[in-house]
Ligand binder design. Sequence first.
Ligand SMILES: Nc1nc(=O)c2c([nH]1)NC[C@@H]1CN(c3ccc(C(=O)N[C@@H](CCC(=O)O)C(=O)O)cc3)CN21
Ligand SMILES: CC(C)C(=O)C(=O)O
Ligand SMILES: [Mg+2]
Length: 277
Amino acid sequence: MDKKYTVSSFMQSKVKGDKISMLTAYDYSTAKLLDEAGVECLLVGDSLGMVMLGYDSTLKVTVDDMVHHTKAVARGAKRALVIADMPYLSYHISVEETIKNAGRLIQEGDAQGVKLEGGEEILDKIEALIKAQIPVLGHLGLTPQSVNMMGGYKVQGKSEEQAKQLIADAKLLEKAGVFGIVLECVPKQLADHISKSISIPTIGIGAGNGCDGQVLVIQDMLGMYSDLAPKFVKRYKNTGETMKEGVREYIQEVKSGAFPEDKHSFMLKDDVLEKLY
Ligand SMILES: Nc1nc(=O)c2c([nH]1)NC[C@@H]1CN(c3ccc(C(=O)N[C@@H](CCC(=O)O)C(=O)O)cc3)CN21
Ligand SMILES: CC(C)C(=O)C(=O)O
Ligand SMILES: [Mg+2]
């Protein structure tokens, strides 16, 4: 990936049969590392409320929080496409507020698109954003902002009725003009079927390998966040443990005086030193 990955490149990937890699990022230095590693798409997820701010759900995250973190990620993303989550209640009240809030993520945050959770019930908001020239990524299945209505973070679309609703929602979103859809925690066969039924890319998280791309929370795949342990997380590295090892060594060397060495210190010239005594 050499040049800027755009919303059009994202949609082209499905045509070409190239799988899309997406990861969350919430800050500049992480975004820069992931961009350098070659990830096509960075999601400034509202999961930052849990991972960065320590809340027990995503519901307390504000538009200000999202703008703040999106700015940082956008500065680190030289090539990756940057998408920002619209937080809870920022697109539920009115079309006007929805456009104003999404506009802030684009104008102040420098995101290239926004993601909203839901289907038919938020179609008017999605259509208005697209009319305002703001690219929209859909999000169906387990929608964490509905945790209180769902009664927890549970797999969605297991019954015939729920599965049919999900398929219908995916088609409605496609028709409204979203550039892709995140499918979270839905049975693999249902995600396979949806991915084949629509022409825009599906990005799975706990939705099997039939999706057109995958997304994970970076701290989950690197072992840096342990408050949740969803079945869909694969831990690629244990960076959390590596960090703790480094920090333990630092503490020990501070206490023993082994750190800092002279090579980490600034020295006064001998002639100046002599004049001081
Ligand atoms: N760090 C982090 N990673 C995430 O993936 C994530 C967040 N935070 N915050 C917002 C939501 C919450 N998410 C979650 C949280 C828990 C499960 C979970 O434990 N699910 C059960 C499914 C149980 C069932 O219905 O069978 C599992 O066993 O995976 C799933 C998604 C995904 N999102
Ligand atoms: C897990 C992804 C899809 C997300 O919405 C988030 O990180 O907030
Ligand atoms: Mg989210």
